[in-house]
Design a protein around this ligand. Structure first.
Ligand SMILES: NC(=O)c1ccc[n+]([C@@H]2O[C@H](COP(=O)([O-])OP(=O)(O)OC[C@H]3O[C@@H](n4cnc5c(N)ncnc54)[C@H](OP(=O)(O)O)[C@@H]3O)[C@@H](O)[C@H]2O)c1
Length: 230
């Protein structure tokens, strides 16, 4: 049986490294994102029909539903969903426009909830797994920071989902990375000084969580570069 995995925000950073690693491990992988050119450019010649790219916005219910439906329809099953798409605004609350705040909350909080809602019926069929990418910012408070609030919500969504699917054989993991060198930092002057992980390091932890034996569920993984001070 070939495992089928859907990754939101899969054309860059952690999502892209995870997609590459899972394809190498024999998964069929569907990735989403808003930038259809970047999605198309992600395809490598040897991906063949092991990769599907699904342009769409994770905060749009119709896009989320159709990504899940198309993945299940094309490959006949859905085993894993990596809820990864997200972003952070530069600055603090006082710097944000209300519209930018709305977009971040919709992407980082509504998006994951829509995905859980859409994928659980299919994951019940396979006794599959959901992995939500949170953040160290969802465990530690950050002064005047709204992104951190959205990640605290994502962490709550993971545990609330786990409690809701205990009868269904579905695994739920919250993965909380510290600093990772990805385009996430592009709108804040680039990757910060000091220790950072590579996206591939985080992808390896995602693979680890998704590869647990049947009946074993890793619920919370926190991963930092050695030396991160927060
Ligand atoms: N990098 C870090 O230090 C760090 C630390 C902790 C947690 N995280 C979390 O890790 C996750 C992945 O981030 P990353 O570091 O890999 O950064 P990234 O390279 O910027 O990846 C984020 C991905 O999400 C997609 N995305 C953003 N908004 C979207 C939307 N509304 N609908 C669909 N896709 C959307 C982006 O693609 P499009 O722009 O094409 O839509 C992009 O591919 C995020 O949830 C982030 O909060 C990152």
């Amino acid at each position: 049986m070939t495992p089928v995995t859907l990754i939101t925000g899969g054309a860059s950073g952690i999502g892209a490294a995870t997609a590459r690693l899972l394809i190498q491990q024999g998964h069929k992988v569907a990735i989403t994102g808003r930038d259809s050119e970047r999605l198309a450019a992600f395809r490598a010649p040897h991906d063949g029909d092991n990769l599907m790219t699904l342009p769409g916005d994770t905060s749009e219910p119709a896009d989320v539903d159709s990504a899940v439906r198309l993945t299940r329809q094309t490959w006949g099953r859905l085993d894993n969903v990596v809820v990864n798409a997200g972003f952070s605004l530069p600055g603090t609350l006082g710097d944000h426009t209300p519209e930018a705040m709305r977009m971040m909350v919709l992407t980082n909080v509504l998006g994951p909830a829509l995905m859980v809602r859409a994928c659980v019926p299919y994951l019940k069929e396979t006794r599959g797994r959901i992995l939500i990418v949170g953040s160290v910012a969802g465990v530690k408070n950050t002064p005047d920071n709204l992104y951190s609030v959205t990640k605290w919500a994502a962490h709550a969504l993971a545990e609330n989902t786990r409690l809701g699917v205990t009868e269904d054989g579905i695994g739920v993991t919250l993965l909380a990375p510290g600093k990772v060198d990805t385009p996430f930092w592009d709108n804040r002057g680039g990757t910060p000084e000091g220790p950072v992980m590579r996206a591939e390091d985080v992808a390896a932890s995602i693979l680890f969580a998704l590869s647990q034996p049947e009946g074993v569920d890793i619920n919370h993984l926190q991963i930092r570069p050695i030396g991160q001070t927060n």
